[in-house]
Every structure is written in structure tokens, then in C-alpha cells.
Design a protein around this ligand. Structure first.
Ligand SMILES: Cc1cc2nc3c(=O)[nH]c(=O)nc-3n(C[C@H](O)[C@H](O)[C@H](O)COP(=O)(O)OP(=O)(O)OC[C@H]3O[C@@H](n4cnc5c(N)ncnc54)[C@H](O)[C@@H]3O)c2cc1C
Ligand SMILES: NC(=O)c1ccc[n+]([C@@H]2O[C@H](COP(=O)([O-])OP(=O)(O)OC[C@H]3O[C@@H](n4cnc5c(N)ncnc54)[C@H](O)[C@@H]3O)[C@@H](O)[C@H]2O)c1
Length: 490
């Protein structure tokens, strides 16, 4: 047993259950809020009802990327003459699933509990609920209740869960959610993926490569609708070449699974029916704020928690409640939630220390400005799609005057060397009033590691005239920057 599970809190008051900061939810975000609070000299406890590490470690980022990395590795080898000849056959599904399982530590959280212990953060296992200002009641696994009190702040870091549409037959169809799609130990023969967002595109890529016959059902007109249109087009093209079917403009109207061991039949809006062995609903997320006692502190349960830029929940008297990560709905991404955790942790620390004025101006130490202007995201499909900041359509919606540079990445020498017949596209969106880059999208093999250069340019608001002096090495894929800048500067 670790110190944190075994003993009373480090900063305990007489009853031992008073802490400077209480964090509800030990996902990546909660862990980081607690660690930051501790680094600011505060005592912190986290409350966790499932596994320390959260969805990201066991049913989201890590297992999904462990499923997808072999797909990219194999595809990369096949795109290089000489290496391609050494590749014989497809993926070894059992080996891929075993590697995935190892990345989840077989759904055991011992390592992450040890990490919490190493940063001197206490852990209370159980379901946490607010019970009035600064108080949290934890329903522990043995059925008892423990009341924790916070001297300074409570941070809600409870994440999100899959949102399923209310369709006839959906409960009996026992659909997969992202949890099943990332933890399944078997490869279904036929898999329908409903939803063309990030989870849908990534999981269709993984399971098609693992041997399923995948059909993606998209109600809109393309995959990855929040990215530049060419991202979804290139990913759909590649999925189709891999043998998957991508059907747009179609939704599921009802489902029928006569018994658990029989296939499921989907009735679709175009009048057709589709029989599959499993159906994954990748239709978005909803916040885990419904059973959290929010009504006891004057907040509406069940919704995304509205916060200011220091991640403090708006409208709560005394300003002691924070919501960080997926629970606030600002950007459902681990890295962005961890960024918020760093900001929230230092804001909590500064307020606890009585700092009179926090740095909450744009790009200040206590303002999560990047959430508005510079959110990076990599979609680990084949090809990868990576973007930061605004798309051209977003910029237009914000009323910015922009110049857009587009590039066929195959024209870049480094890309041609990276893969024979490299297929990829890039777009840079420039605010012409400020002459800074406000958005970049790359789609192509290996672009994920290129994204951070764009994030630095966008978050740093680096003037184009200075970017001109940031020389990409020859012959790397990064020379895409040179071509985009040439297109912008003329
Ligand atoms: C399939 C999939 C793949 C993804 N891939 C990526 C990726 O590659 N990169 C990326 O950046 N993002 C990815 N995401 C998004 C990422 O998983 C989330 O943004 C991230 O997990 C959010 O972290 P969090 O700490 O806010 O929430 P979570 O990771 O959901 O953690 C919340 C924790 O709170 C606990 N909890 C909830 N309610 C209570 C309560 N009342 N009491 C006690 N504990 C409670 C939960 O048990 C959980 O452990 C992916 C998501 C999915 C679904
Ligand atoms: N690599 C990554 O960064 C990564 C990977 C996976 C997930 N995530 C994050 O997790 C979050 C959740 O991903 P997601 O794909 O579930 O959500 P999403 O919002 O990205 O996509 C859901 C899609 O489902 C569609 N949809 C909703 N209801 C539907 C219905 N009834 N029928 C058909 N289609 C419907 C929506 O139009 C949307 O396109 C995302 O915000 C994403 O940022 C990130």
C-alpha cells in the first residue's frame, strides 16, 4: 500500500480530512492540477472512482495510439521501395492487441498511484460529490462516506464519457463506445463505425488494418469536419484504399440485435440496412458532471462547466471552484487539459498566497489563452492530420482578413524522400492585418512531429518576416514551411 492510500493527509487539520486543495478525478488533468498545487506549496488530495490515470491512460489516448502506431509503421515501410519488399503480409493482430494491453498496464493503475505518491499527493478512492462550499463527500468502495474539506479550492476534473444517440434498439444492440474500441481483445469480422469525427476516423483506421471489414457511417458530407476539408478527404481516400467503406450523408435510424450472440442490423436513413458483428458509436462526448452534487453549490448538473480563463467556474460565490480538462468542454484533449491544469494550479497557488492581482491578461501566467487561439491536435490516421489554431473557415467566421497558402506536400524534397509518391497537403492561414500565422494544417505521412513547429509560430505570434529567417533543414519534410512562406510572401 502506498503512503497516500495508507495514511492521513499530509496537511491535515485536527480531523485529518482538511486539505488545501481537493481534486475530483485523477485523470491526466486531475493528476496535474494536484501536482501543480503541491509545487505551489499546497497540500492536495485527489479523489478517484475508477483508475488513477483516467480515460486517457486506459480507454482513450494510450490504447488507441498503441493500436494505430503499427498501422503507420507498416504503411511507412510499404511506401519506400526497398523496404516495401521486406514487408510480408499485414499486421499481426494478436501482437498489436498485446502491445496495446501492455500500454494500459493491463488496466492496472499501480504505476500511476506510485507517481502520485512520489509527488506527495494524497489519494482517496471512491465517488466524489460536492456537498456545499468547499466540501466533498466521497462514497468509498467499502460503502462508507468520508467528508473532505478544502481550505482553498476544489477542482472538478471528472472528464467526459461517450454520448450515445437515443435510437430505437440501441440498448439491446450493446454498441461499442470508445472504451470497447480501445480495449477489445477480439477483432470483429464486420464493424460499423457511426460518426466521422476523430474517434470514428482513428478507430476505423485501426480496426480495418487489424482485419475487420469496416463501414463508416457519416451523417455529414465528410470525415473530420472540424479540420480543413482536405483532411477528411485524404483520410477517406486512404481508408477506402485500405478496403473500408466510407458512406456520407447517412444516419442510423434504428438497431436490431435479436440476441447478444447474433449480428446487429442497422436501419439507415437512405432506406438501406447493414448487418455487422459490432457497431461503434463515435458520436461525441458528454461531461461527467451529472452526479457531482453541483446543485449544492448553485450550479446546473450535467452540463459542461463554464469557466473563466483561470479555469474558475463562473458564478460560484467565493471563487473556490475550478473545472479543468474535459469537464469544462473547452478543448477535449489531454495536452490541452494538462495545460489548463498548469494554469489552474498556479492560479490556485497565487490566490492561496494572497497575490492581489493575477496575470490574467492574454497570454498571462494565469490565463489559458491557447484554448482560444492555439489548440494543436494530431489525428493519428494514415495519413496523419495535424492542425493548430484556426482553419480558413474559422478565421472568416471571426471576421479576420486572411491570406491562405496551400501546398501539395509531395513537391517538397524531404517529403518525396520520406515516402515514394508522398501524398499530403498543407495550409497556412495568415492574418494580413498583423502579418502573423493564425492557423496551420498538415495532412500526410509523418506530419504529427511537424505540428509543434506550427504551434510555436501560432502561439508565439511570430511575424512572417521573422519566420523567413527560421530555416528548415534540407532535405526534411519541414521545408514545407519554406514553400508556404514563399507562397505567402510572393
Ligand atoms: C478514443 C479516444 C482517443 C483519444 N485520443 C487522444 C489523443 O490521442 N490525444 C489527446 O490529446 N486526447 C485524446 N483523447 C481525449 C482525451 O482522452 C481526454 O481529453 C482526456 O482524457 C481528458 O482528461 P481528463 O483528466 O479531463 O478526463 P479523464 O481522462 O476522463 O479522467 C477523469 C477521471 O475522473 C474520474 N471521475 C469522474 N467522476 C468522478 C467522481 N465523481 N469522483 C471521483 N472520480 C471521478 C474518472 O474515473 C476518471 O478517472 C481521446 C479520447 C478518446 C475517447
Ligand atoms: N487524436 C486525438 O487528439 C483524439 C482522438 C480521439 C478523440 N479525441 C477527442 O475526443 C473527443 C471526442 O471525439 P469524437 O470523435 O467522439 O467526437 P467528435 O465531436 O470529434 O465527433 C463526433 C462526430 O459524430 C457525429 N455525430 C454526432 N451524433 C451523431 C449521430 N446521432 N449520428 C451520426 N453522427 C453523429 C458528429 O457530427 C461528429 O462529426 C474529440 O473532441 C476529440 O478532440 C482526440
Amino acid at each position: 500500500m502506498t503512503r497516500s492510500e495508507a495514511t492521513a493527509p499530509t496537511t491535515g487539520a485536527p480531523d485529518g480530512d482538511e486539505f488545501d486543495v481537493i481534486v475530483i478525478g485523477a485523470g491526466p488533468v486531475g493528476e496535474n492540477v494536484a501536482e501543480r498545487a503541491h509545487a505551489m506549496g499546497l497540500g492536495a488530495v485527489v479523489v478517484e472512482s475508477e483508475l488513477v490515470g483516467g480515460d486517457c491512460s486506459y480507454w482513450a489516448c494510450m490504447p488507441s495510439k498503441a493500436l494505430l502506431r503499427p498501422v503507420a509503421a507498416l504503411a511507412d515501410a510499404r511506401r519506400v521501395a526497398g523496404a516495401a519488399q521486406a514487408v510480408d503480409g499485414g499486421l499481426d493482430a494478436d501482437a498489436v492487441l498485446a502491445r496495446r494491453t501492455s500500454f494500459t498496464s493491463n488496466w492496472q493503475d499501480g504505476n500511476q498511484v506510485a507517481w502520485l505518491d512520489s509527488v506527495a499527493v494524497d489519494l482517496v478512492r471512491g465517488h466524489g460529490r460536492l456537498d456545499g462550499p468547499r466540501r466533498v463527500i466521497v462514497e468509498t468502495p467499502d460503502g462508507s462516506a468520508r467528508t473532505l474539506t478544502a481550505r482553498h479550492a476544489v477542482a472538478v476534473c471528472t472528464g467526459s464519457r461517450a454520448a450515445l444517440p437515443d435510437l430505437p434498439g440501441i440498448a439491446d444492440a450493446r454498441p461499442w463506445t470508445s472504451r470497447d474500441a480501445t480495449s477489445s481483445k477480439e477483432v470483429p469480422g464486420r464493424l460499423a463505425v457511426v460518426g466521422g469525427g476523430v474517434v470514428g476516423a482513428e478507430m476505423a483506421t485501426a480496426w480495418q488494418a487489424l482485419g475487420s471489414d469496416v463501414t463508416v457511417l457519416v451523417r455529414g458530407d465528410r470525415l473530420l469536419p472540424r479540420m480543413e476539408p482536405f483532411a477528411g478527404e485524404l483520410v477517406a481516400e486512404s481508408l477506402t484504399e485500405a478496403g473500408a467503406k466510407v458512406r456520407t450523408g447517412v444516419s442510423v435510424e434504428s438497431l436490431e440485435r435479436p440476441s447478444p450472440d447474433r449480428p446487429v442490423t442497422l436501419s439507415l436513413s437512405d432506406g438501406s440496412r447493414l448487418e455487422v458483428d459490432e457497431v461503434l458509436f463515435a458520436t461525441g462526448r458528454k461531461p461527467r458532471t451529472d452526479d457531482l452534487g453541483l446543485e449544492t453549490v448553485g450550479c446546473e448538473p450535467g452540463g459542461w462547466l463554464a469557466v473563466d480563463d483561470s479555469l474558475r467556474v463562473t458564478g460560484v460565490h467565493g471563487g473556490w471552484l475550478y473545472a479543468v480538462g474535459d469537464a469544462n468542454g473547452r478543448a477535449l484533449l489531454t495536452h490541452q487539459g494538462k495545460y489548463q491544469a498548469r494554469i489552474a494550479g498556479s492560479a490556485i497557488g497565487a490566490r492561496a498566497a494572497g497575490v492581489p492581482l493575477l496575470e490574467t491578461d492574454r497570454w498571462g501566467a494565469h490565463a489559458a489563452t491557447a484554448d482560444h487561439d492555439a489548440v494543436p491536435q494530431v489525428v493519428f490516421t494514415d495519413p496523419e492530420a495535424a492542425s493548430v489554431g484556426l482553419t480558413a473557415a474559422d478565421a472568416e467566421q471571426r471576421g479576420l482578413r486572411v491570406r491562405v497558402a496551400d501546398l501539395d506536400m509531395g513537391e517538397v524534397a524531404g517529403a518525396a524522400l520520406y515516402a515514394d509518391g508522398y501524398r499530403g497537403r498543407a495550409r497556412m492561414v495568415v492574418d494580413i492585418d498583423r502579418e502573423v500565422v493564425v492557423g496551420v494544417t498538415f495532412v500526410g505521412p509523418g506530419v504529427s512531429e511537424l505540428l509543434h513547429s506550427a504551434t510555436v509560430a501560432v502561439a508565439g505570434e511570430v511575424p512572417l518576416e521573422r519566420l523567413w529567417h527560421a530555416v528548415p533543414s534540407y532535405p526534411t519534410v519541414s521545408e514545407v514551411w519554406l514553400r508556404l512562406l514563399e507562397a505567402c510572401r510572393g
